[in-house]
Ligand binder design. Structure first.
Ligand code: FAD
Length: 388
C-alpha cells in the first residue's frame, strides 16, 4: 500500500477496515500496472467496472431487493474513495463517484419501483455505466439556464439538447439528464425542470473525450440528444421537481468531493515526505533543511485539520444532519485545501513534480478540478454567505 496510514481517526470500525482490505486488493489486482495505459486511452475498461461490481464495490446503497447490499453507512464509500486516491488511481475514484454519488441517489430517492428494478441491478453489477448530465455550454453554475428540453410525445418524451463536461460520457450507457419540461413557457422557473434516466439509443451521441489536464483515464465528453425517445417510466420522480431534487441531493454530492479532496491532501503530504526523505541536495536530504521540515509540518497539520472536518461531516451525513450549507462549507474548505497542499507538496518535488509519472503531478491536476466541479468555490461562498 502506498503512503503512510491516515491520521488517527475515530471514524471507522472493524467492518470498514475489512472493506478497506477488499478495496486495496482490488486496486492491486485490477488497476495497478494498467492505470498508466488507461490514462493514455482516456478510458477505464468495461471489464474493470464489471469486476468492481462482482467485488461489491458499486451501488453500495442499493437495497438487497434490487441486487445491492443496502449499505446506507456512507463510511464505506469514504473507504473506497480513499483507497483509490491512496493507490494513485484518481480517475477511477472519479468515475465510480459519478455512478454512486451522483446518479444513484436520484434513483433511490425518487425513482418508482419499476425504474429501480430496471436500473439498479445493472448499476450494481457494473454492466451499465452511468453519467450525471446537468452542465451545458450555456449552463454550468447557473442550472436554471439549462436549455435541453423534453417534450411529451404520446406516452413518451422526446429529449433534445446538448450537455458538456459529462463524466463517463463517452463510454457510459445511460445518464441522469436534467431537462426543461415547460420549454414552451418562456422564462424558466423553479418548477420548469425534470429528471430522466436516459439510455443510449437513437439520437443519443457523444463527442470525443476531452483532453483534460488530469484524471485522464476518466472520460469526460459532450453529449448530444436529438429527439431521443424516453419512456415516461424512465422519468425520475415528479414532473417539474428536477431542480428541487438536485438541491436535496447537494449534501452528498458536495460531501463526496470533500472526501476525495481530503484524501488527495493527505496523499500529497505522503508523496512530499517520501520525496524529501529520498532526495539529497548539497550533500544532505531535503528533510535536513528547516524550510522543508516546516513546509512538511504545515502540510501534515493542514491535512489533519481538513480530515477532521470532513470526518465530522461524514458522521453528520450518516445521521441525516448535514444540510446543503454545511456541505458547501466542507466542500469549499477541503477542495481549496487540496489545491494548496498539492501545490506546496509539488514544490518540494522540484522538477520531478512537474512530470506526470510522479504521483504528486497526478494529485495536483486532480485537486485542481475539485474547486470547480460540483459547484465552484465561488458558488460555495455565495451559498454559505447568503444563508448567514
Ligand atoms: C473534468 C470535469 C468534469 C465534470 N463532470 C461533470 C459531470 O459529470 N456532470 C455535470 O453535469 N457537470 C460536470 N462538470 C461541470 C462542472 O460542474 C462545471 O464546470 C462547474 O459547475 C462550473 O460551471 P462552468 O464551467 O460553466 O463555469 P461558469 O459557471 O461559467 O463559471 C465561470 C467562473 O465564474 C464564476 N461564477 C459563476 N457564477 C458566479 C456567481 N454567481 N458569483 C460569483 N462567481 C460566479 C465561477 O465560480 C467560475 O469561476 C465537470 C467539469 C469538469 C471540468
Amino acid at each position: 500500500m502506498k503512503g503512510t496510514p491516515p491520521v488517527k481517526r475515530a471514524l471507522f470500525e472493524e467492518d470498514h477496515e475489512q472493506f478497506r482490505e477488499l478495496a486495496t486488493e482490488f486496486n492491486t489486482r485490477e488497476v495497478s500496472g494498467k492505470y498508466a495505459q488507461w490514462e493514455k486511452d482516456h478510458q477505464i475498461p468495461r471489464e474493470v467496472w464489471q469486476s468492481a461490481g462482482e467485488n461489491g464495490l458499486l451501488g453500495l446503497a442499493v437495497p438487497e431487493e434490487f441486487g445491492g447490499m443496502g449499505i446506507d453507512d456512507y463510511r464505506f464509500r469514504v473507504v473506497l474513495d480513499e483507497e483509490f486516491v491512496r493507490a494513485g488511481h484518481l480517475a477511477v475514484a472519479l468515475a465510480f463517484h459519478l455512478h454512486d454519488d451522483l446518479v444513484l441517489p436520484y434513483l433511490l430517492a425518487y425513482g418508482s419501483d419499476e425504474l429501480k428494478a430496471k436500473w439498479l441491478p445493472r448499476m450494481v453489477d457494473g454492466s451499465t455505466i452511468t453519467s450525471c448530465a446537468f452542465t451545458e455550454p450555456g449552463a454550468g453554475s447557473d442550472l436554471r439556464a439549462v436549455r435541453t428540453k423534453a417534450v411529451r410525445d404520446g406516452e413518451d418524451w422526446l429529449l433534445s439538447g446538448q450537455k458538456t463536461f459529462i463524466g463517463n460520457g463517452a463510454f457510459g450507457d445511460a445518464a441522469v439528464v436534467l431537462a426543461r419540461t415547460d420549454a414552451e413557457s418562456g422564462r424558466a422557473t423553479e418548477s420548469s425542470f425534470s429528471l430522466f434516466m436516459v439510455e443510449r439509443s437513437e439520437g443519443y451521441t457523444n463527442g470525443n473525450p476531452f483532453d483534460k489536464m488530469g484524471l485522464r483515464a476518466s472520460d469526460t465528453a459532450e453529449l448530444f440528444f436529438d429527439e431521443v425517445r424516453v419512456s415516461d417510466a424512465d422519468r425520475i420522480g415528479e414532473v417539474g421537481q428536477g431542480l428541487r431534487y438536485v438541491k436535496e441531493q447537494l449534501p452528498q454530492a458536495r460531501l463526496a468531493i470533500a472526501v476525495a479532496a481530503a484524501a488527495i491532501g493527505t496523499a500529497s503530504f505522503d508523496q512530499a515526505l517520501e520525496h524529501a526523505k529520498n532526495r539529497s541536495t548539497f550533500g544532505q536530504a531535503l528533510t535536513q533543511y528547516q524550510n522543508t521540515r516546516f513546509e512538511l509540518a504545515n502540510l501534515k497539520t493542514e491535512s489533519h485539520v481538513t480530515q477532521t472536518f470532513v470526518d465530522q461531516a461524514v458522521l453528520a451525513f450518516n445521521n441525516g444532519e448535514l444540510d446543503a450549507h454545511e456541505a458547501a462549507e466542507v466542500k469549499l474548505w477541503a477542495s481549496e485545501s487540496a489545491k494548496e497542499l498539492s501545490d506546496k507538496a509539488l514544490q518540494i518535488h522540484g522538477g520531478y513534480g512537474y512530470i506526470m509519472e510522479y504521483p504528486i503531478a497526478q494529485s495536483f491536476t486532480a485537486a485542481r478540478l475539485l474547486t470547480i466541479f460540483g459547484g465552484t468555490s465561488e458558488i460555495m461562498r455565495e451559498t454559505i454567505g447568503r444563508a448567514l
